[in-house]
Design a binder for this molecule. Sequence first.
Ligand SMILES: C[S@@+](CC[C@H](N)C(=O)[O-])C[C@H]1O[C@@H](n2cnc3c(N)ncnc32)[C@H](O)[C@@H]1O
Length: 197
Amino acid sequence: MWDERFAGDTFLFGTKPAMGLVRHKDKLIQNGSCLAVADGEGRNSVYLAELGHDVLAMDSSQVGIDKAKKLAEAHQVSVSYELADIYGYDWQKAQFDNVVAIFIQFAPPSKWHEIFEGMKQALRPGGVLILHGYTPKQVEYGTGGPSNVAHLYTTEMLAEAFGDMDILVNEAYEAVLDEGPGHSGQSALVDFVAVKR
Ligand SMILES: C[S@@+](CC[C@H](N)C(=O)[O-])C[C@H]1O[C@@H](n2cnc3c(N)ncnc32)[C@H](O)[C@@H]1O
């Protein structure tokens, strides 16, 4: 499905980084190792590499990864890529200074525990997680994201799921996105930043 959505030359979510990443980039461990989770066509991994991070971008879409490689080339940055399914993913242990997961709301609530625990596992102690996505209000706008409201995040859910981390940011807000045809218009967003103890 994602290979089809990413077919063609247009970048579905644009080539600029997501707002939630730009807003909180300074909270990341600078020049650190960074796992970009389900990074698709590479806009966020390229940005992270431009900031000086050593980035591994994983995604299950080969078409997305091929486009991400071209984007990295065009920006003259180096990013490592891994074609992988997030379900059953080998998260490694305490490997990364930063984990960045932007719009990974393809995953249903039944998979959140596995994914969230995996992301925590991948971080070294003191490492930083940035998670950015839509809140349930987004279904009223229909300007991007899954139509199934159950997939969307509330600040309450995030506070509970990541209660074993030191939470720096857990903010729901609204903004107008202009991130390619996939994310365009008034949007109900959530930014979450936390540090592994
Ligand atoms: C909404 S897009 C977001 C892409 C990117 N994070 C961004 O913000 O531009 C969701 C991404 O999740 C990837 N994806 C979907 N199911 C996946 C899975 N089971 N394992 C890994 N990646 C998956 C898709 O290929 C797609 O790149």
